[in-house]
Design a protein around this ligand. Sequence first.
Ligand code: CP
Ligand code: NVA
Length: 305
Amino acid sequence: MRHFLDLASCSTDELHELINLALRLKSEWRDGGNEPLLRGKTLGMIFQKPSLRTRVSFEMGMRHLGGDALMLGPQEIGLGVRESVPDVARVLSRYVQGIMARVYDHKDVAALAEHSRVPVINGLSDDYHPCQALADILTIRESFGRLEGLKLAFVGDGNNVAASVALACAHFGISFSIATPEGYEMKAPIRKQALEIADRNGNSIDMQTRPQLAVAEADVVYTDTWVSMGQEAEAAERADEFGAFQVNAGLLEHAKQTAIIMHCLPAHRGDEITDEVMDGARSRIFQQAENRMHAQKAILARLLA
Ligand code: CP
Ligand code: NVA
């Protein structure tokens, strides 16, 4: 593993190793602090879109491991506008020991990787959010003590987060069922990637248009915003189309009574999820946010140490 761009290009074994490393680094940190595995190393962080979790969890993760992080916002770099993406990669990778990038077009983070001398991590693109999904697997593992044989239901937009969660489930032996409004399904090539991995690992992926069917017998119910970054102009239309896809107490009656609730955040309370569910005893949403830092430390240690 040289870069961390999407979960389809990682092997199942590599991902298991990352989860085990994340668990170890998390308990080490809680017991007093991590070893300075990344002393003298800096992560360059390119953001074309806003962020709370990704920005802060990567920066804190680097500091905990004895390294440093450099924030490069949209105004500073003008990725692909002021300068070509390959040239940014060629220059930046002479200054820093790793690059994390949050972009619109997935091709941009792939091009950074292609032309960089140092490892590149995808901190969200329009197609994938692999760091989120890895942290989510850590959260599910902590909640149930196991992964294999569980069922995760995703309700909402078949976008970047759904895609990476589907791929993660396929790798880790979790059955994945997704309910989206028509026209908002996962992209066909990503569906194919997830189906191939799931087939290899003997678990299932299915697509529904009724949330009640997707959540039946689910151990985990997951949702994401109806309006992702860059889709703001479609907000009104999406509110209409997604109205029946809210994760609320009524929908959860169809899932297992022990089901946990997940959301990558930021949430639009009252739209895709109610306050009652988000703040309820079964919500693991803020644990997920914390686990971004622990899971990413494993990625950083694996790629940069
Ligand atoms: N979940 C997530 O990636 O959050 P941010 O957009 O705040 O980084
Ligand atoms: N699907 C959302 C995830 C945010 C972390 C977006 O792309 O905006």
